[in-house]
Unconditional design. Structure first.
Length: 335
Protein backbone atom coordinates (compact mmCIF):
# COMPACT_ATOMS: atom_id res chain seq x y z
CA UNK A 1 0.00 0.00 0.00
CA UNK A 2 1.39 3.41 -0.99
CA UNK A 3 0.06 6.63 0.46
CA UNK A 4 0.37 9.86 -1.50
CA UNK A 5 -0.29 13.27 0.03
CA UNK A 6 -1.31 16.07 -2.28
CA UNK A 7 -2.57 19.51 -1.34
CA UNK A 8 -3.92 18.34 2.03
CA UNK A 9 -5.54 15.31 0.44
CA UNK A 10 -4.25 11.82 0.82
CA UNK A 11 -4.65 8.94 -1.64
CA UNK A 12 -3.93 5.29 -1.11
CA UNK A 13 -2.76 3.01 -3.87
CA UNK A 14 -3.03 -0.71 -3.40
CA UNK A 15 -0.42 -2.58 -5.41
CA UNK A 16 -2.34 -5.80 -5.09
CA UNK A 17 -5.43 -4.77 -6.99
CA UNK A 18 -4.16 -1.36 -8.10
CA UNK A 19 -7.01 0.62 -6.63
CA UNK A 20 -6.55 4.30 -6.06
CA UNK A 21 -8.60 5.32 -3.06
CA UNK A 22 -9.20 8.89 -2.00
CA UNK A 23 -8.61 9.24 1.70
CA UNK A 24 -10.16 11.83 4.08
CA UNK A 25 -10.41 15.30 2.60
CA UNK A 26 -11.18 14.38 -1.00
CA UNK A 27 -14.69 15.81 -0.86
CA UNK A 28 -13.36 19.14 0.39
CA UNK A 29 -12.72 20.02 -3.23
CA UNK A 30 -16.14 21.43 -3.98
CA UNK A 31 -15.28 22.15 -7.62
CA UNK A 32 -15.80 18.97 -9.63
CA UNK A 33 -13.26 20.04 -12.26
CA UNK A 34 -10.62 20.39 -9.55
CA UNK A 35 -11.55 16.93 -8.22
CA UNK A 36 -11.32 15.40 -11.67
CA UNK A 37 -7.94 17.00 -12.37
CA UNK A 38 -6.72 15.78 -9.06
CA UNK A 39 -7.89 12.26 -9.69
CA UNK A 40 -6.25 12.31 -13.13
CA UNK A 41 -2.95 13.52 -11.66
CA UNK A 42 -3.13 10.90 -8.96
CA UNK A 43 -3.96 8.26 -11.55
CA UNK A 44 -0.83 9.22 -13.52
CA UNK A 45 1.32 8.99 -10.42
CA UNK A 46 -0.36 5.67 -9.59
CA UNK A 47 0.45 4.36 -13.07
CA UNK A 48 4.12 5.33 -12.71
CA UNK A 49 4.36 3.74 -9.30
CA UNK A 50 2.51 0.68 -10.49
CA UNK A 51 4.95 0.35 -13.40
CA UNK A 52 7.85 0.44 -10.94
CA UNK A 53 6.12 -2.03 -8.67
CA UNK A 54 5.49 -4.35 -11.59
CA UNK A 55 9.20 -4.28 -12.43
CA UNK A 56 9.86 -5.39 -8.89
CA UNK A 57 6.90 -7.79 -8.59
CA UNK A 58 6.45 -9.19 -12.10
CA UNK A 59 3.68 -11.52 -10.94
CA UNK A 60 1.32 -8.60 -10.42
CA UNK A 61 -0.33 -8.35 -13.82
CA UNK A 62 -3.73 -6.72 -13.28
CA UNK A 63 -4.34 -3.45 -15.13
CA UNK A 64 -4.53 -0.30 -13.06
CA UNK A 65 -8.05 0.64 -12.12
CA UNK A 66 -8.96 4.00 -10.65
CA UNK A 67 -12.01 4.11 -8.48
CA UNK A 68 -13.53 6.61 -6.15
CA UNK A 69 -14.70 4.42 -3.31
CA UNK A 70 -16.68 6.54 -0.91
CA UNK A 71 -17.42 5.56 2.62
CA UNK A 72 -18.06 7.32 5.87
CA UNK A 73 -14.72 6.35 7.30
CA UNK A 74 -12.75 7.53 4.28
CA UNK A 75 -14.98 10.49 3.60
CA UNK A 76 -15.77 12.70 6.52
CA UNK A 77 -17.11 15.69 4.66
CA UNK A 78 -20.63 14.63 3.66
CA UNK A 79 -23.01 17.04 5.34
CA UNK A 80 -26.38 15.46 4.59
CA UNK A 81 -25.72 11.77 3.86
CA UNK A 82 -23.60 8.90 5.11
CA UNK A 83 -22.11 6.27 2.86
CA UNK A 84 -20.60 2.87 3.43
CA UNK A 85 -19.77 -0.24 1.49
CA UNK A 86 -20.98 -3.44 3.09
CA UNK A 87 -21.93 -7.09 2.53
CA UNK A 88 -19.77 -10.18 2.73
CA UNK A 89 -18.12 -9.37 -0.60
CA UNK A 90 -18.12 -5.62 0.07
CA UNK A 91 -20.23 -5.12 -3.03
CA UNK A 92 -23.32 -3.36 -1.62
CA UNK A 93 -23.21 0.39 -1.10
CA UNK A 94 -25.49 1.91 1.52
CA UNK A 95 -26.39 5.59 1.29
CA UNK A 96 -28.15 6.93 4.38
CA UNK A 97 -29.99 10.26 4.25
CA UNK A 98 -28.75 12.05 7.33
CA UNK A 99 -30.58 15.26 8.11
CA UNK A 100 -32.44 14.15 11.23
CA UNK A 101 -33.51 17.57 12.52
CA UNK A 102 -35.52 18.21 9.34
CA UNK A 103 -36.74 14.59 8.96
CA UNK A 104 -34.40 14.22 5.98
CA UNK A 105 -36.16 16.98 4.03
CA UNK A 106 -34.54 16.95 0.60
CA UNK A 107 -32.70 20.26 0.37
CA UNK A 108 -30.47 21.10 -2.60
CA UNK A 109 -27.30 20.22 -0.70
CA UNK A 110 -28.64 16.77 0.16
CA UNK A 111 -29.72 16.07 -3.41
CA UNK A 112 -26.31 17.16 -4.73
CA UNK A 113 -24.50 14.88 -2.31
CA UNK A 114 -26.84 12.03 -3.19
CA UNK A 115 -26.14 12.52 -6.91
CA UNK A 116 -22.39 12.63 -6.31
CA UNK A 117 -22.44 9.41 -4.30
CA UNK A 118 -24.68 7.65 -6.83
CA UNK A 119 -22.46 8.65 -9.74
CA UNK A 120 -19.38 7.38 -7.92
CA UNK A 121 -20.97 4.05 -6.98
CA UNK A 122 -22.41 3.78 -10.47
CA UNK A 123 -18.84 3.81 -11.86
CA UNK A 124 -17.36 1.54 -9.19
CA UNK A 125 -16.98 -1.90 -10.74
CA UNK A 126 -16.91 -3.47 -7.26
CA UNK A 127 -20.42 -2.33 -6.40
CA UNK A 128 -23.29 -4.59 -7.47
CA UNK A 129 -26.24 -2.86 -5.79
CA UNK A 130 -27.03 0.29 -3.85
CA UNK A 131 -29.32 0.62 -0.83
CA UNK A 132 -30.85 4.02 -0.10
CA UNK A 133 -32.26 4.54 3.38
CA UNK A 134 -33.10 7.17 5.99
CA UNK A 135 -33.77 7.14 9.72
CA UNK A 136 -36.28 5.16 11.72
CA UNK A 137 -38.60 8.21 11.85
CA UNK A 138 -38.25 9.36 8.24
CA UNK A 139 -36.94 8.08 4.95
CA UNK A 140 -37.57 11.66 3.78
CA UNK A 141 -40.43 14.03 4.69
CA UNK A 142 -40.35 15.61 1.23
CA UNK A 143 -38.66 18.46 -0.54
CA UNK A 144 -37.38 21.11 1.84
CA UNK A 145 -40.48 23.30 2.14
CA UNK A 146 -38.57 26.14 3.80
CA UNK A 147 -35.90 26.17 1.10
CA UNK A 148 -38.38 26.16 -1.76
CA UNK A 149 -40.70 28.77 -0.15
CA UNK A 150 -39.18 31.75 -2.03
CA UNK A 151 -39.31 29.97 -5.43
CA UNK A 152 -40.95 31.93 -8.24
CA UNK A 153 -42.34 30.56 -11.49
CA UNK A 154 -39.67 32.28 -13.59
CA UNK A 155 -36.87 30.99 -11.34
CA UNK A 156 -38.24 27.45 -11.56
CA UNK A 157 -38.37 27.64 -15.36
CA UNK A 158 -34.99 29.28 -15.82
CA UNK A 159 -33.22 27.18 -13.20
CA UNK A 160 -34.91 23.98 -14.43
CA UNK A 161 -36.09 23.34 -10.84
CA UNK A 162 -36.09 19.65 -9.79
CA UNK A 163 -34.19 18.55 -12.90
CA UNK A 164 -31.19 17.50 -10.77
CA UNK A 165 -33.35 15.17 -8.70
CA UNK A 166 -33.45 12.37 -11.21
CA UNK A 167 -29.95 10.88 -10.79
CA UNK A 168 -31.53 8.00 -8.86
CA UNK A 169 -33.69 7.09 -11.84
CA UNK A 170 -30.68 7.39 -14.20
CA UNK A 171 -28.45 5.07 -12.19
CA UNK A 172 -27.76 1.85 -14.10
CA UNK A 173 -27.14 -0.29 -11.03
CA UNK A 174 -30.05 -1.68 -9.02
CA UNK A 175 -31.16 0.62 -6.19
CA UNK A 176 -33.17 -0.65 -3.23
CA UNK A 177 -35.05 1.85 -1.09
CA UNK A 178 -35.25 0.77 2.55
CA UNK A 179 -38.04 2.96 3.91
CA UNK A 180 -38.70 3.41 7.61
CA UNK A 181 -41.07 6.15 8.81
CA UNK A 182 -42.28 8.94 6.54
CA UNK A 183 -41.77 8.88 2.77
CA UNK A 184 -43.76 11.95 1.80
CA UNK A 185 -43.88 14.16 -1.28
CA UNK A 186 -40.37 14.20 -2.77
CA UNK A 187 -39.48 11.43 -0.28
CA UNK A 188 -42.13 9.11 -1.73
CA UNK A 189 -41.02 10.12 -5.24
CA UNK A 190 -37.39 9.41 -4.35
CA UNK A 191 -38.34 5.93 -3.12
CA UNK A 192 -40.28 5.34 -6.33
CA UNK A 193 -37.23 6.25 -8.43
CA UNK A 194 -35.52 3.25 -6.83
CA UNK A 195 -35.99 -0.20 -8.37
CA UNK A 196 -37.28 -2.08 -5.34
CA UNK A 197 -38.87 -0.72 -2.16
CA UNK A 198 -38.65 -2.59 1.14
CA UNK A 199 -40.61 -0.95 3.96
CA UNK A 200 -40.42 -1.08 7.73
CA UNK A 201 -43.84 -1.91 9.17
CA UNK A 202 -44.28 1.66 10.50
CA UNK A 203 -43.51 3.29 7.14
CA UNK A 204 -45.97 5.83 5.73
CA UNK A 205 -46.20 6.91 2.10
CA UNK A 206 -47.98 9.97 0.77
CA UNK A 207 -48.07 12.84 -1.71
CA UNK A 208 -49.20 15.76 0.48
CA UNK A 209 -48.17 18.54 -1.94
CA UNK A 210 -51.82 19.43 -2.55
CA UNK A 211 -52.06 20.73 1.03
CA UNK A 212 -49.25 23.18 0.24
CA UNK A 213 -51.05 24.45 -2.84
CA UNK A 214 -48.77 22.65 -5.26
CA UNK A 215 -48.58 19.27 -6.96
CA UNK A 216 -45.90 16.56 -7.10
CA UNK A 217 -42.95 17.48 -9.32
CA UNK A 218 -40.75 14.39 -9.69
CA UNK A 219 -43.03 11.47 -10.41
CA UNK A 220 -45.82 11.56 -7.81
CA UNK A 221 -48.54 11.81 -10.42
CA UNK A 222 -46.74 9.58 -12.95
CA UNK A 223 -44.76 6.75 -11.32
CA UNK A 224 -47.30 6.35 -8.52
CA UNK A 225 -50.16 6.06 -11.03
CA UNK A 226 -48.31 3.45 -13.07
CA UNK A 227 -47.61 1.42 -9.93
CA UNK A 228 -50.81 1.62 -7.88
CA UNK A 229 -53.34 2.47 -10.59
CA UNK A 230 -55.36 5.60 -11.31
CA UNK A 231 -57.95 5.46 -8.54
CA UNK A 232 -55.49 4.97 -5.66
CA UNK A 233 -52.98 7.48 -7.06
CA UNK A 234 -55.75 10.01 -7.61
CA UNK A 235 -57.00 9.52 -4.06
CA UNK A 236 -53.51 9.95 -2.60
CA UNK A 237 -52.60 12.99 -4.72
CA UNK A 238 -55.95 14.80 -4.33
CA UNK A 239 -56.34 14.23 -0.58
CA UNK A 240 -52.71 14.16 0.54
CA UNK A 241 -53.67 11.18 2.75
CA UNK A 242 -50.91 8.78 3.70
CA UNK A 243 -51.02 5.02 3.30
CA UNK A 244 -49.25 2.68 5.69
CA UNK A 245 -46.70 0.00 4.84
CA UNK A 246 -49.23 -2.82 4.73
CA UNK A 247 -51.47 -0.96 2.29
CA UNK A 248 -48.43 0.04 0.24
CA UNK A 249 -47.55 -3.64 -0.05
CA UNK A 250 -51.12 -4.54 -0.95
CA UNK A 251 -51.19 -2.05 -3.84
CA UNK A 252 -47.73 -3.10 -5.08
CA UNK A 253 -45.82 0.05 -4.12
CA UNK A 254 -43.48 -1.94 -1.88
CA UNK A 255 -42.37 -5.52 -2.38
CA UNK A 256 -41.90 -6.51 1.27
CA UNK A 257 -42.78 -5.24 4.77
CA UNK A 258 -40.20 -5.98 7.43
CA UNK A 259 -39.76 -5.15 11.16
CA UNK A 260 -37.94 -1.77 11.28
CA UNK A 261 -34.82 -3.09 13.01
CA UNK A 262 -34.38 -5.77 10.33
CA UNK A 263 -35.08 -3.53 7.35
CA UNK A 264 -31.54 -2.52 6.46
CA UNK A 265 -30.18 -6.02 7.02
CA UNK A 266 -32.80 -7.45 4.66
CA UNK A 267 -32.22 -4.73 2.06
CA UNK A 268 -28.47 -5.41 2.10
CA UNK A 269 -29.14 -9.16 1.82
CA UNK A 270 -31.27 -8.44 -1.23
CA UNK A 271 -28.41 -6.38 -2.72
CA UNK A 272 -26.02 -9.25 -2.00
CA UNK A 273 -28.34 -11.74 -3.68
CA UNK A 274 -28.51 -9.54 -6.77
CA UNK A 275 -24.71 -9.24 -6.54
CA UNK A 276 -24.30 -13.00 -6.94
CA UNK A 277 -25.37 -12.61 -10.58
CA UNK A 278 -23.53 -10.99 -13.46
CA UNK A 279 -23.57 -7.19 -13.00
CA UNK A 280 -23.71 -6.89 -16.78
CA UNK A 281 -26.81 -9.04 -17.16
CA UNK A 282 -28.44 -7.43 -14.10
CA UNK A 283 -28.00 -4.07 -15.80
CA UNK A 284 -29.67 -5.30 -18.99
CA UNK A 285 -32.48 -6.89 -17.00
CA UNK A 286 -33.10 -3.68 -15.03
CA UNK A 287 -33.28 -1.71 -18.26
CA UNK A 288 -35.70 -4.22 -19.76
CA UNK A 289 -38.05 -4.10 -16.74
CA UNK A 290 -37.95 -0.28 -16.69
CA UNK A 291 -38.84 -0.23 -20.38
CA UNK A 292 -42.22 -1.69 -19.40
CA UNK A 293 -43.00 1.68 -17.80
CA UNK A 294 -42.01 3.71 -20.80
CA UNK A 295 -43.44 2.09 -23.88
CA UNK A 296 -46.20 -0.03 -25.37
CA UNK A 297 -46.36 -3.79 -24.73
CA UNK A 298 -45.43 -4.51 -28.35
CA UNK A 299 -42.38 -2.23 -28.29
CA UNK A 300 -41.40 -3.47 -24.83
CA UNK A 301 -41.54 -7.10 -25.95
CA UNK A 302 -39.32 -6.31 -28.94
CA UNK A 303 -36.85 -4.60 -26.66
CA UNK A 304 -36.89 -7.54 -24.26
CA UNK A 305 -36.37 -10.05 -27.09
CA UNK A 306 -33.36 -8.13 -28.43
CA UNK A 307 -31.81 -7.92 -24.97
CA UNK A 308 -32.44 -11.63 -24.50
CA UNK A 309 -30.64 -12.31 -27.81
CA UNK A 310 -27.78 -10.02 -26.78
CA UNK A 311 -27.15 -11.97 -23.58
CA UNK A 312 -26.17 -14.98 -25.71
CA UNK A 313 -23.15 -13.05 -26.93
CA UNK A 314 -21.77 -12.63 -23.41
CA UNK A 315 -19.18 -14.74 -21.64
CA UNK A 316 -21.37 -14.65 -18.52
CA UNK A 317 -24.30 -16.33 -20.28
CA UNK A 318 -22.02 -19.10 -21.56
CA UNK A 319 -20.60 -19.46 -18.05
CA UNK A 320 -24.05 -19.48 -16.37
CA UNK A 321 -25.33 -22.23 -18.64
CA UNK A 322 -22.09 -24.25 -18.36
CA UNK A 323 -22.16 -23.95 -14.55
CA UNK A 324 -25.75 -25.22 -14.48
CA UNK A 325 -24.86 -28.25 -16.60
CA UNK A 326 -21.74 -28.95 -14.53
CA UNK A 327 -23.75 -28.54 -11.30
CA UNK A 328 -21.45 -25.86 -9.83
CA UNK A 329 -21.80 -22.17 -8.93
CA UNK A 330 -21.22 -19.81 -11.86
CA UNK A 331 -18.22 -17.51 -11.87
CA UNK A 332 -19.35 -14.36 -13.63
CA UNK A 333 -16.83 -11.83 -14.91
CA UNK A 334 -19.25 -9.16 -16.14
CA UNK A 335 -18.22 -9.62 -19.75
N1 LIG B 1 -39.31 20.52 4.65
C1 LIG B 1 -38.63 21.23 5.59
N2 LIG B 1 -38.66 20.92 6.92
C2 LIG B 1 -39.38 19.85 7.28
C3 LIG B 1 -40.09 19.07 6.36
C4 LIG B 1 -40.02 19.44 4.99
N3 LIG B 1 -40.62 18.73 4.01
N4 LIG B 1 -40.74 18.09 7.03
C5 LIG B 1 -40.42 18.25 8.34
N5 LIG B 1 -39.62 19.31 8.50
C6 LIG B 1 -39.04 19.84 9.73
C7 LIG B 1 -40.08 20.59 10.55
O1 LIG B 1 -40.25 21.91 10.10
C8 LIG B 1 -39.46 20.50 11.93
O2 LIG B 1 -38.44 21.46 12.02
P1 LIG B 1 -38.38 22.47 13.29
O3 LIG B 1 -38.14 21.57 14.47
O4 LIG B 1 -37.22 23.37 12.98
O5 LIG B 1 -39.69 23.15 13.37
C9 LIG B 1 -38.80 19.14 11.93
O6 LIG B 1 -38.63 18.78 10.57
C10 LIG B 1 -39.62 18.08 12.61
O7 LIG B 1 -40.91 18.06 12.00
P2 LIG B 1 -42.29 18.09 12.84
O8 LIG B 1 -42.10 18.81 14.12
O9 LIG B 1 -43.36 18.57 11.92
O10 LIG B 1 -42.45 16.52 13.13
P3 LIG B 1 -43.81 15.75 13.42
O11 LIG B 1 -43.41 14.39 13.90
O12 LIG B 1 -44.71 16.54 14.27
O13 LIG B 1 -44.51 15.61 11.97
C11 LIG B 1 -44.57 15.17 9.57
C12 LIG B 1 -43.92 14.82 10.95
C13 LIG B 1 -46.01 14.71 9.56
C14 LIG B 1 -43.77 14.42 8.52
C15 LIG B 1 -44.51 16.70 9.35
O14 LIG B 1 -43.18 17.14 9.59
C16 LIG B 1 -44.88 17.12 7.95
O15 LIG B 1 -46.05 17.16 7.63
N6 LIG B 1 -43.87 17.45 7.09
C17 LIG B 1 -44.10 17.95 5.75
C18 LIG B 1 -44.53 16.85 4.81
C19 LIG B 1 -44.79 17.38 3.41
O16 LIG B 1 -45.68 18.17 3.19
N7 LIG B 1 -43.99 16.94 2.44
C20 LIG B 1 -44.12 17.35 1.06
C21 LIG B 1 -43.25 18.52 0.78
S1 LIG B 1 -43.43 19.17 -0.89
C22 LIG B 1 -42.55 18.08 -1.88
O17 LIG B 1 -41.97 17.18 -1.42
C23 LIG B 1 -42.45 18.20 -3.37
C24 LIG B 1 -42.70 19.53 -3.85
C25 LIG B 1 -42.26 19.56 -5.27
C26 LIG B 1 -42.99 20.59 -6.01
C27 LIG B 1 -42.50 21.96 -5.61
C28 LIG B 1 -43.18 22.98 -6.53
C29 LIG B 1 -42.81 24.39 -6.10
Amino acid sequence: MIRISFDNSCFEISLVNHHLLPAPGFQRFADTKVKLKLVQSMANIARLLTKRAQDQFPNVVYPLQVITRLNSSSNKSWEFIKTEVTGEKKNVAVITLNRPKALNALCNGLMKELSTALKAYGKDANISAIVLTGSEKAFAAGADIKEMAPNTYSQCIQGNFLNDWTEVARTQKPIIAAVNGYALGGGCELAMMCDIIYAGDKAKFGQPEIALGTIPGVGGTQRLTRVVGRSKAMEMCLTGNMINAQEAEKVGLVSKVIPPDQLLVEAVKLGEKIGTHSNLIVQLCKEAVNTAFETTLEEGLKYERRFNHATFSTIDCKEGVKAFIEKRPAKFINE
